[in-house]
Design a protein around this ligand. Structure first.
Ligand SMILES: [Zn+2]
Ligand SMILES: [Zn+2]
Length: 248
């Protein structure tokens, strides 16, 4: 994606604080995607929409989300209020099997096995190749096969070793998942507290040894650039008190 087509995927709790730390101006955001109706994936979504619509003064920002996120279903969601859906430029429900253009990128919408059954994973076709965001899911071959062709695989490995929480992946599952997809790099995201205590870097290296594929643990404010090579860096933190220089 380029700077004109910035997409926020699952702005969970703390997303705004992190953006403030790197002096990110929310009026640059083009689209917001919410994969499903769990707060670790949507808690800051309405605030992001406020930001990209200049506090509701300008109808802008495109919202994409699961049925539960946008409409609500079976007691889950909606996660984005009617007001915020109205101040955005558009609001689109996405479901597995859809192919949509998000932020100028052809995006395949993938299936997951989660206790929000409408949860979606995303396969972004960027200029540099496919970048996949796998949202919360149990492991199955069918789920993993959807992501074949990805150069970057962002994998929600919530728990270490062979610990299992229904609807989530553990390190042992990640090995099977990565073996099927064979990306150039796998990045562990969605790290739970037990995973953090066990050391996500150690867990990623277990997966790397088992698969022979570069595997790392994600960090706050980590940047991944995809070109001929894939490069990693950390975004710089700026001092507090910054106010973006923008007006509607
Ligand atoms: Zn979830
Ligand atoms: Zn989650």
């Amino acid at each position: 994606m380029n700077n004109d087509n910035i997409v926020h995927v699952d702005p969970g709790p703390g997303a705004l604080t992190q953006m403030q730390k790197i002096r990110y101006d929310l009026t640059r955001t083009e689209s917001v995607v919410v994969s499903h109706a769990h707060p670790d994936h949507y808690a800051d979504a309405e605030s992001v929409i406020e930001g990209c619509s200049f506090g509701g003064w300008r109808k802008r920002g495109k919202i994409y989300g699961s049925v539960t996120a946008i409409k609500g279903q079976d007691g889950l969601g909606p996660c984005i209020s009617e007001y915020h859906q109205k101040i955005a430029e558009s609001c689109t429900v996405i479901a597995p099997g859809d192919i949509v253009t998000i932020g100028g990128m052809v995006t395949e919408v993938c299936e997951s096995k989660h206790n929000d059954p409408t949860n979606v994973g995303l396969k972004f076709h960027t200029d540099g190749g496919i970048v996949s965001y796998v949202s919360d899911t149990d492991f199955s071959e069918k789920i993993a096969k959807q992501y074949v062709g990805s150069r970057i695989l962002m994998l929600p490995v919530t728990v270490p070793d062979d610990l299992r929480i229904k609807g989530h992946l553990c390190t042992e599952d990640s090995v099977k998942f990565i073996d099927i997809v064979k990306p150039e790099i796998a990045i562990f995201i969605h790290l739970g507290i037990v995973m953090i205590r066990h050391g996500p870097e150690k867990q990623a290296s277990i997966a790397e040894k088992a698969t022979g594929i570069k595997t790392i643990a994600g960090r706050d404010r980590m940047a991944v650039d995809i070109g001929d090579d894939i490069t990693l860096s950390d975004l710089e933190i700026h001092e507090q008190g910054w106010i973006p220089d923008t007006s509607p």
